[in-house]
Ligand binder design. Sequence first.
Ligand code: ZN
Length: 326
Amino acid sequence: MVRRSFLLLLLSLILQVDAANSRRPTRSAPVSYTDLGAWAKANGYRTSQERDSKELNLTNRASRLIFRAQAQRMSLDGLDVRLTAPVRQVGNSFLIASRDVETLLNPILNPPRRTARNPIRTIAISAGHGGKDPGHVEGRHQEKRYTLLLARNLQRQLIGAGFKVILIRDVDAFIDLDDRPARAAKSKADLFVSLHFNGFEGPGARQVSGAETYCLTPAGASSTNDTGNNGGGSYPGNRFNSDNIVLAHEIHRAIVEGTPLPDRGLRRARFRELTLLKMPGVLVEGGYMTHPTDAASIYLVEGRTRLARAITDGILSYKRLVERKR
Ligand SMILES: [Zn+2]
């Protein structure tokens, strides 16, 4: 075993490829890479290359991971998951940013565990926008109204599931983005869930639909919606990188399985609220107000109830994962 881990260490050192030379100069740190074949072997996955060897499939009894050459999007048990950098193909090898191994694959496939003395009890729900800030406006529909309705629905369902719930806003009032994480911390919330609905402007708007679930981008990495490599520093919320991605993954999977919303991806962003969190948290974009089918489920109580049910299911499965015994 010692010799095997030494070889793996050696291999991973050899495979630390500095990508900075092939990029435009940026503020971000060089990207180091891990060989996916070696990672698969060390973690008990079978590998196969498909589609003219442009696709690497990793399978074991529990999961199926699909990576594509030059793609920043991977498939994890059928779910659309966005990496912080594209997978590189060098000869027959597939290389993944080591940061994505550390802050995405490893925590999702082997979630962190909480101590039994520290269970998940209190959930803070942050209904997006409010007061002078209507959020996205689509005709007579204002996003702030529907985030609050969804928040109250989610509150009822979480209480029904045995949680204590803090509504960061429960009226149509403006609350500064900096104050929202502070209120959650003051209430000793264990998790933070921010609720939003999307809008897409410009040509093709009626084709863009689906749910996106965000957690905080790791330090030094680009966010999913960035153009180019923007790097980015470390924030208080980065203390919870592992829990953030596990919570986001469980909630996103539950939304894709439990609602008619198409899968727009598990994504990364440095939204102000997420950067300042003192507990794990996510931001849910529960569909596009600019899309006819999404809008119907946003504006109707049945649609919001299904979405709230799915978010509750996601929180419950996160809780089961992190509170599991060995
Ligand atoms: Zn919003």
